[in-house]
Design a protein around this ligand. Structure first.
Ligand code: 6GU
Length: 244
């Protein structure tokens, strides 16, 4: 899969894409990055990419022309990708969206700046995405968030294929608690069931604790959860275990 990024700050992408899972995946050519500096497509000697808003008001607006020229360049080189503009006005990014993007051959992430882009850019892209309801200075960090979430869905990117399935929000539960050595640290002990070697008991414990964590920390996720008969028993047990 190809990730093209259109940005005024290509430097932001250097280290995050050269470490860990993403680095390994691009070494294996499972993913490929094409970080394009929008400024290279500015028409004037000053390489102007933003300007004052028509009608007045504070802040600067990203100009359409350099972005449009960069898109033309992308299309002559690779054909038309799916264009996604990163903006706080976009649809909230979630795991289902990551999975949909993971099936694309080529996605082009257009990084807007917080103050905004010329509205006509929005008409040129396929969709607008936000990563949450808070203010960031630009779409660069959101683009990296998408790249990470999408990459790990691509077969072969995450070493252990099983761990991808387990972490997936397909089952809208938080992960069960994990422990590793030592068995006891500063008086804090690993739950004995995990040392028992009884795989069925471990499975049941993990399932119940995943449900407990979700109920306590992210009760909103329970709306998308269809409990099995066993899950229903766990939920009732957890409710009875809560004091008061
Ligand atoms: Cl995609 N862009 C900006 N500038 N701020 C954001 C965002 C995107 N998502 C959340 N906040």
């Amino acid at each position: 899969m190809i990730f093209t990024v259109l940005t005024l700050f290509p430097d932001i992408f250097q280290s995050p894409l050269q470490a860990s899972i993403i680095k390994k995946a691009s070494d294996k050519e499972l993913i490929r990055f094409n970080i394009i500096d929008i400024r290279d497509f500015a028409g004037d000697v000053h390489k102007t990419c933003d300007d004052k808003p028509y009608g007045g008001g504070p802040g600067m607006v990203m100009k359409i022309e350099p972005i449009y020229r960069a898109m033309e360049f992308v299309e002559t080189t690779y054909g038309r990708p799916r264009y996604v503009l990163l903006t706080p006005q976009g649809r909230p990014f979630d795991q289902a969206t990551a999975e949909r993007y993971g099936r694309l051959a080529h996605i082009c992430l257009v990084c807007g700046r917080y103050e905004g882009v010329d509205e006509r850019v929005i008409d040129c892209v396929d969709e607008e995405v936000s990563i949450g309801d808070y203010v960031l200075s630009g779409g660069e960090i959101p683009a990296l968030v998408l790249i990470d979430a999408i990459s790990r869905i691509i077969p072969g990117v995450v070493g252990n294929e099983g761990s991808v399935v387990d972490e997936s929000f397909k089952e809208p539960l938080l992960e069960y608690p994990q422990y590793t050595r030592p068995e006891a640290f500063m008086g804090m002990e690993v739950p004995p069931v995990l040392l028992s070697g009884n795989h069925e008991e471990i499975r049941r414990w993990r399932r119940k604790e995943a449900i407990r964590k979700t109920l306590l920390k992210r009760p909103d996720l329970m709306n998308r959860f269809t409990p099995t008969e066993e899950d229903g028993r766990f939920i009732r047990e957890i409710m009875e275990e809560i004091p008061g």
